[in-house]
Every structure is written in C-alpha cells, then in structure tokens.
Design a protein around this ligand. Structure first.
Ligand code: E4P
Length: 217
C-alpha cells in the first residue's frame, strides 16, 4: 500500500518524508488555503517546493471546470515538475480531460469520487488514480470503506490499472480498513499515519526491557 500525506503543510510533509514511509502528497485548493497559500503563482511555487521534499507523486488540482481550461491548466501543472499528477474533478468535462491526458501520457488523479459508477468511468477514461472520498461519505452516514471494496471488485473484474487512492481519510482505522479491502494508496493526515505506530504494550514492553538491561549496569 502506498502512503500519501494529505496536506500542503511543508513541515508535516518533511516529517512524513523523514519517517521513511512517504510515497507522495495530495493537495487540494482547500488544503492550500489552509496554509495561507493563495494566488496562482504562489500555488504553483508551492507545488514545486513540495516536489523538492518528496520523491513520489504530488497531486496538483485544476481549477477550471471546462475541458479547454482543464487541458490548459493540466498541461501547465504537468510541465512544472515530473512528479506532478494532474487532479481532475469527476464531472462531464473532467472525464473528457482524463482521456485527453491519458492519451498524452500525462498522469491524473480523478478527484471527488463518491460512487462505484464514477470510479468505473474514471478507469475507462484512463485515470492513473481514482480518489474516493471515504471520510466525507462517512460524514453523511454512507460507508466509505465499503465504496473502496466495491471499486476494488469492479477494477479486478476487468483488470483496470487505475490505482484506488482512498482519500478523505480521517483516522488510523480508516487506513487499516482500506488496507484490508485492497486500496492501492491511502492519503491522510500525519496524525492518522502516526497512529499506526502506537500501542501501549509496545511502550510498556520497551520500558521493562530497558529497566531489566539497566539492572546489570
Ligand atoms: C485528497 O485528495 C482529497 O482532496 C482530500 O483527501 C479530501 O479530504 P477532506 O474530506 O478531509 O477534505
């Protein structure tokens, strides 16, 4: 399972990179705004700053919602850095843009996916990644992890190579549950990733080992 961090915060990206388990970064306009990164040029520069920290894929989202606008923005984003993956919303022109980018060899992440049908379309259009938003589904009393398992089933039926990127992860159990049902990638906050390493028995066990070692010293 690939681990992406879902933030535009450079310190958190560096922390995750230093942990040695980071495979990439996802951002969106809201995450940029949260870090105070506004204005086209600042946002483009920030993408490059992120690419210079991590070795893996960095999703950068188009703002246009028409085909020509998405193509223009997506090509400019892809030209910024080889690690950039163009994030395209699951709308009618977005599907056309996914196909256009696939034909051009530009990698994409289809975002704002909430149903198996949308995921099927994204794969048909040649998306590199599909991003089902599991936390936002849970927020409205739908089962986000179940959507991941439905998409896994469909993609495996036909051998689609689009990678299932479980997005909108809110906590550590989301990561475990997505791993169980076969998500290819998860993207979440650093806190959810760090939750994976915590167990009280580990802390108690280590304390005892160290105390016993020190008895002889
Ligand atoms: C990532 O690609 C998504 O934009 C992100 O995971 C959405 O997360 P949220 O639902 O917590 O805003």
């Amino acid at each position: 399972m690939k681990f992406f961090i879902d933030t535009a915060n450079l310190d958190q990206i560096k922390d995750a990179q230093e942990l040695g388990i980071l495979d990439g970064v996802t951002t969106n306009p809201s995450l940029m705004a949260k870090e105070g990164i506004t204005g086209k040029n600042n946002i483009l520069k920030h993408y490059v700053d992120i690419c210079n920290i991590v070795e893996g894929d960095v999703s950068a989202e188009v703002i246009a919602t028409d085909l020509q606008g998405m193509i223009r923005e997506g090509e400019a984003l892809a030209d910024l850095h080889p690690q950039i993956v163009v994030k395209v919303p699951m709308i009618r022109d977005g599907v056309k843009a996914l196909k256009y980018f696939a034909d051009k060899g530009i990698r994409t992440n289809c975002t704002l996916v909430f149903s198996p049908g949308q995921a099927l379309l994204a794969a048909k259009a040649g998306a590199t990644y599909v991003s089902p938003f599991i936390g936002r589904l849970d927020d409205v009393s739908s089962n986000g992890v179940h959507l991941i398992s439905e998409i896994r089933h469909i993609y495996d039926n036909y051998g689609y190579e689009t990678q299932i990127l479980a997005a909108s992860i809110r906590h550590t159990m989301h990561i475990i549950d997505c791993a169980k049902v076969g998500a290819d990638v998860m993207t979440g906050p650093l806190s959810a990733i760090e939750g994976l390493l915590k167990h009280p028995l580990t802390d108690i066990g280590l304390e005892k080992f160290l105390a016993d070692y020190n008895k002889g010293n």
